[in-house]
Write a new protein. Sequence first.
Length: 275
Amino acid sequence: MSYLSRIAAQAEKMPPMPTVVTKVIALTSDPDYSTQELINTINMDQAITVHVLRRVNSAFFGLRHKANSLEQAVPQLGAQNVAEVALSSAVAQYFKGNESIWRHSMATALIAKELGRMVNVQDMAALHTGAVLHDVGKTIIAEFVRDVFEEIQHFVTVEGYTYTMAEKEALGIDHAELGGRIAKRWKLAPETVEVICLHHAPAKARIAVRHTNIVCVASHIATATGYGCETGDDEFDVPATALFELRMTRRELDGLVVQMGRMLANASEILELAP
C-alpha cells in the first residue's frame, strides 16, 4: 500500500468534529449571536466546560474573580474569548500524542488574534478556527514523515523544494492539502478550508485572503519564538506577498517576534494540551 493510501486511510479514521464545536462555530459566525445561547451550547458538554473554566482561570487571562461557571466567566472575559477557549479545548483531542504540533497551533492562534486586531479583522471566530486547525494534517502525516525524512531533506536542501513540495513528492500529499481534506470532511466553512490548505501559499487564496495571510505570518512568528512543530519545516520564510497584504515590513515582523515571544511566555497553561 502506498504512503498516500495509508495516509488517506488514517484520515478516514479521525473522529467527527464534536457537536459542541460545530454549534459554536455556526453560532459565532453570526455577529449578533446570543451570549446566553453560546453558554448553553458549551454547557452541553461537561468535559469541555471543565476545560474552559480551567483555562479561563489561568494566569494568562488574569480574571479578577475566579469563574466557577460560564455565566461568571463571560462577563469578565467576553463571549468571544470564551468561545475561542471552548473551540480550542474541544479540538485538542485531535492532537493527542502530538504536543509540539498542538503548542505550535495554539501559539499561532494567539498570535493570529493579535495580528487580526492590528488589521481590524471582523470575523475573529473564523480566524481562530483556521489558526488552531491550520496544521491538523500534521497529526496524521507526521508519523509517515519519519520513514522518508532523509528523502524529504534531500528535496529541500539539494533540489531547493519547499518543505510542503518535498512532502508531496515523497508521500503523495502534503500536510496542508491533507488538512484541507479533513476540514472538508468535517464540513467546515470553505474559508476555513482555504486557510488550512494555503497557509504556506497564501498568494493563492481567493475567498479568505486576509485570514490565510495572517495565519501564514502567525505560524512563522510562532516558530521564530520557539513554538515550532519539530517536523522539519520550521525554517520556511514569510512570503513577501503576505507581508504586503498585511502592510508589514520585515523590520516590523522582527519586532513582532520579540513582542509575541513575551506574550507566549505568559501563556504556558493555554499552550498545553487539555488532559
